[in-house]
Design a protein around this ligand. Structure first.
Ligand SMILES: C=Cc1c(C(=O)O)[nH]c(=O)[nH]c1=O
Length: 310
């Protein structure tokens, strides 16, 4: 009932982790690969190993989470080796997330992927909010267009982009116009809502150390924003650009809402961090229950069919 296809590859379901959660080490990645998730994505890799920001840098709140990890990762080769090994073992669909610490590093990373034997999907993260002094690429429209134009002058493998949330219709219009110029496999909306602030009232202090307590917000807080971004890009993007919906999923009904807005796959971050990989069984069962109650037998029956009050 939940089976779906992505790039012509059949998946057990449309669920996967959000990059950054439960995907830093080979052990975590193997746990994802062995879970009920339909697919998985690696932690966003930079060229070199990064320790990331000082701790505490992640905090669970009543309605979600705040993080300012600072892009800790084991370096690009660690993750490329992992996906190449699994590819050799017959893995069908894999997602490798990357971002560079500079324009040149972005180009260099994608050139390395293009020249490698990797046949899977690349998720180009344009939206990390937590590296001090490094603004989110996808909030700079000219830079985004320049970067994607250079990337697609040589990159011929499947490529998706991870976007930050936008909050203005004019920004949806402007970004979609840029994205529609490129042969993207998908757009993934949204990354955490950048630079939020959570407070411990008793101590009268922030809850994470980096950036004076400012960090990306995830969880229930961001579902309305995530759904709006999924819907806005589905309405504006060429139909051959798929949509991955990320943000605010805590149960099967939330997954259903993302698909109703047009998501082809749905990623979970905060709830995966809080519940562990067992969350994929729970979300699958809950989604099936919602679908059965509505008489749907496939996600194609309702994907993108959100009604308006015309
Ligand atoms: C890749 C860095 C990211 C991070 C991070 O490593 O701080 N946190 C997020 O919420 N989103 C990101 O894209």
């Amino acid at each position: 009932m939940l089976k779906t296809t992505f790039l012509g590859i059949e998946l057990e379901n449309c669920l996967m982790n959000a990059s950054g959660v439960h995907c830093m080490s080979v052990q975590e990645l193997n746990e994802l690969a062995g879970s009920a998730a339909g697919a998985f994505v690696t932690k966003t890799a930079t060229r070199d190993y990064r320790a990331g920001n000082p701790e505490p840098r992640y905090y669970d709140t009543k309605l979600g989470s705040i993080n300012s990890m600072g892009l800790p990762n084991n370096g690009f080769d660690y993750y490329l080796d992992y996906v190449l090994e699994r590819q050799k073992q017959g893995a069908k669909l894999q997602f490798l997330s990357v971002t560079g610490m500079s324009y040149e590093e972005n180009i260099g990373l994608l050139k390395k992927i293009q020249e490698s034997d990797y046949e899977g999907v690349t998720e180009f993260n344009l939206s990390c909010p937590n590296v001090p002094g490094k603004p989110q690429i996808a909030y700079d429209f000219d830079l985004t267009e320049k970067l994607l134009a250079e990337v697609f002058s040589f990159f011929t493998k499947p490529l998706g982009v991870k976007l930050p949330p936008y909050f203005d219709i004019a920004h949806f219009d402007a970004m979609a116009e840029i994205l529609n110029k490129f042969p993207l496999t998908y757009v993934n909306s949204v990354n955490s809502i950048g630079n939020g602030l959570c407070i411990d009232l008793d101590k009268e202090e922030v809850v994470i150390k980096p950036k004076g307590g400012f960090g990306g917000i995830g969880g229930e807080y961001i579902k309305p924003t995530a759904l709006a971004n999924v819907r806005a890009f589905r309405q504006r993007l060429n139909k051959d650009i798929k949509i991955i919906g990320t943000g605010g999923v805590t149960n099967g009904r939330d997954v259903f809402e993302h698909i109703l807005c047009g998501a082809d796959l749905v990623q979970v971050g905060t709830i995966l961090h809080q519940e562990g990989v067992g969350v994929f069984e729970r979300l699958s069962a809950e989604l099936e229950e919602v679908m059965r109650g509505k008489g749907y037998s496939s996600i194609e029956d309702f994907k993108g069919k959100l009604k308006t009050l015309d």
